[in-house]
Design a protein around this ligand. Structure first.
Ligand code: ADP
Ligand code: MG
Ligand code: ZN
Length: 481
């Protein structure tokens, strides 16, 4: 029997507010343990939480970006459980009245557009972080993260393959980054995902029993864990077994999922409205203000890049998915208005250089002005494409502008016909046998001659010009023969 996977994702995105959701402590990542804490986020008795309005603003941005209905009246609830990273013994979250419901995004997989429903988005606070000492039976807790604001984005079970889940996840990440509400860093845990997956016989309607996969801190892990889980569940179902509804963890070392807790031990969270916080009332003007300040979203930007700049869809999508990349692109095009050439240069040498330097576009050592200047020099035929790549590498290493490097290294392209003729004649006279072979029909040797000339000129000859002159000279030889 053939099975179809059914997948739904729960995504947690840490909001980039300056301070925590219910107190004034800093949200900065990487501070020494327990330095960003106060009685409120440590859950001391007698303290009262005060909602950070920015958190609601950011949540509204996201909710509107994915076409959710905004609930004009919502409230916080206490989710009760005991764990050492949760000092209050409950997490403030939203439950029966979340702030946003019923949204969706459109994703494109294998040229097919799909609508993925978003069930709800709610606000909550993050828990602390436990570190387990491998050498001693000791665990340490850092409360810097308690009270950092999160939104949870719950999808409908609309995804049908690990690849689709990957595309959906990347798409949401590009939206939160575009909205500048979350840095989307999966390794640092500011963008996390739990994946729910079940199988059903192909062609049937009813959903099967699902497993929930946690601990997925990279795109690769999400897709790998889902693929593993499909095979695991398929084997069980083929053997007429039944799937246990449970939470499973991904082990990236052993490349497998394993059971963390079954449904029997699933938490009874005893949710109830938080009596310390007022309900959240959102009026139309607030929604309108947030809506009118939304930036252009990746999908719209991609379409615009295709239309205005005539970029290939794939490249347009890649650039548009990242705000820093697309800003860089557009700034560069303003100075050097040949968009396809800019795009080509960014997708190739620029991204290659960043990768090898282990940097992202925001940290690029070569500014968009520098790239525009370099491309201009190529366009004016001052240097060739090939030389431009060498110059570019030097720019990345030294931070010097293209012009300076070209002057220092004498890399200006040889445009002068007389100079080229002299070099070409020299090469031909040093390779008499090859010239003979060429004249006898081995026309492929033209590449050999061009190669020799390029070596002789250290790549500074204009290949098109070389080809032209070379053919002329050889033809004269032929006629004289
Ligand atoms: P819980 O708190 O129990 O995890 P949520 O409603 O927060 O419940 O999340 C459930 C997630 O699981 C949603 O993303 C939903 O799309 C997905 N889901 C629900 N049922 C199934 C199923 N049978 N197979 C796969 N995914 C499912
Ligand atoms: Mg869940
Ligand atoms: Zn605090």
């Amino acid at each position: 029997m053939k099975f179809e996977p059914v997948i739904g994702l729960e995504i947690h995105a840490q909001l980039k507010t300056r301070t925590k959701i219910f107190c004034g402590c800093s949200t900065e990542f990487g501070a020494p343990p327990n330095t960003h804490t106060c009685p409120v986020c440590l859950g001391m008795p007698g303290v009262l939480p005060v909602l950070n309005k920015k958190v609601v603003d950011f949540t509204l941005r996201m909710a509107l970006a994915v076409d959710c209905d905004i609930k004009r009246y919502s409230r916080f609830a206490r989710k009760n459980y005991f764990y050492p990273d949760l000092p209050k013994g409950y997490q403030i979250s939203q439950y029966e009245l979340p702030v946003a419901v019923n949204g969706h995004i459109i994703i494109e997989v294998n040229q097919k557009k799909m609508r993925i429903g978003i069930t709800r988005i709610h606000m909550e606070e993050d828990a602390g972080k436990l570190t387990h000492d491998p050498a001693r039976p000791v665990s340490m807790v850092d409360f810097n993260r308690t009270g950092v604001p999160l939104i949870e984005i719950v999808s409908e079970p609309d995804l049908r393959s690990p690849a689709e889940a990957g595309v959906y996840l990347r798409h949401l990440r590009s939206i939160v980054r575009c909205l500048e509400i979350c840095d989307g860093n999966m390794e640092q845990g500011s963008f996390r995902c739990d994946a729910n997956i079940s199988l059903r016989p192909e062609g049937t309607e009813n959903f099967g029993t699902r497993a929930e996969l946690k601990n997925l801190n990279s795109f690769k892990h999400v897709e790998k864990a889902l693929r593993y889980e499909i095979n695991r569940q398929k084997d069980i179902l083929t053997d007429n077994g039944s799937i246990v509804q449970e939470t499973r963890l991904w082990d990236p070392v052993k490349n497998r999922t394993f059971s963390m807790r079954g449904k029997e031990d699933a938490h009874d969270y005893r949710y109830f409205p938080d009596p310390d916080l007022l309900p959240i009332v959102i009026d139309d003007p607030w929604v309108m203000t947030v809506k009118s300040n939304l930036p252009e979203l990746p999908e719209a930007k991609k379409d615009r890049f295709v239309q205005t700049y005539e970029l290939p869809v794939e490249e347009a999508g890649y650039l548009a998915a990242d705000r820093d990349l697309s800003d860089y692109f557009e700034a560069c095009v303003k100075l050097f208005p040949k968009p396809r050439m800019v795009c080509h240069w960014m997708m190739g040498p620029l991204l290659g250089m960043l990768k090898s330097h282990g940097k992202n576009i925001a940290e690029t050592p070569v500014s968009h002005q520098d790239v525009a200047e370099l491309l201009n020099l190529v366009d004016q035929k001052v240097i060739s494409q090939k030389i431009a790549k060498i110059v570019f590498e030097e720019m990345a290493l030294t931070g010097k502008p293209a012009n300076t490097i070209i002057k220092e290294k004498g890399l200006v392209q040889i445009q002068d016909t007389t100079t080229l003729e002299t070099i070409i004649k020299k090469v031909l006279s040093e390779n008499k046998r090859e010239v003979e072979d060429y004249l006898n029909g081995k026309t492929k040797l033209i590449g050999f001659f061009v190669g020799q000339i390029m070596t002789r000129t250290k790549g500074r000859a204009d290949p098109r010009l070389v080809n032209k002159i070379l053919k002329n000279i050889i033809d004269i030889n032929k006629n004289n023969k």
